[in-house]
Design a binder for this molecule. Sequence first.
Ligand code: PGA
Length: 252
Amino acid sequence: MRQKIVAGNWKMNNDLNQGLELAEAIINLQHEIPEDVHVIMAPPFIHLADIHRKVKDTRLKISAQNCAEEEKGAFTGEVSASMVRSTGSEYVIIGHSERRAYYNETDDVILKKINLALKNDLYPIVCCGEKLEQRENGQYFNVVREQLENTIFKLSSEEFSKVILAYEPVWAIGTGKTATPEEAQEMHQFIRKLVKDNFSDNAAEDTSILYGGSCKPSNSTELFKQDDIDGGLIGGASLKSKDFVELTKTFS
Ligand code: PGA
């Protein structure tokens, strides 16, 4: 079912104590979160189990920011999807543009991760989005279509029903430059149409598509108001409890 979602991607910020404090501050404000908004926090791996203990009796959910592309074994430094699930996390972000850019994650790797997430009962939050030059040279629809064709459109409809999508134009991430509500809506509508063509009307109607890229309380009302925008994947503004909770109140 299509849901309103605000997901906070903490990235590589906050040591364990700071992370627990931030989670606690968000929990203390949870009474302000509208009932129909689903809130997910994605801290670094090492926080997951401890934060899960704090949120388990609340409406807040947790997500990892990544998982390994292999199931288990001699992969020093990696964290598997099953390990993520064992912490109490229900979600995992896959294919973030920072993973694509700095860790050379290809669509093939991303598809392997999505499959492992699904196999381990995690909801994948799958990111797509174009770079600045691709926006400027008019390639953005093709880029996003190809990212989706190489990954989620290879899933069965049943598998796809567990997927949350996030459109994150790379030029808007951490730059303070947001896509205009019209630019974001245009792409979200395009993505929903692709979902319809690849799966069904129902799948298109039920898929939550989040916007990400310098989304904050001062611009989220206009973004979340758009027909095809179902919420946000939030970086910078998710590190401040007040801003993060404020964002959940900006759906119309
Ligand atoms: P930002 O990050 O909100 O800091 O731009 C968004 C993201 O990368 O998910």
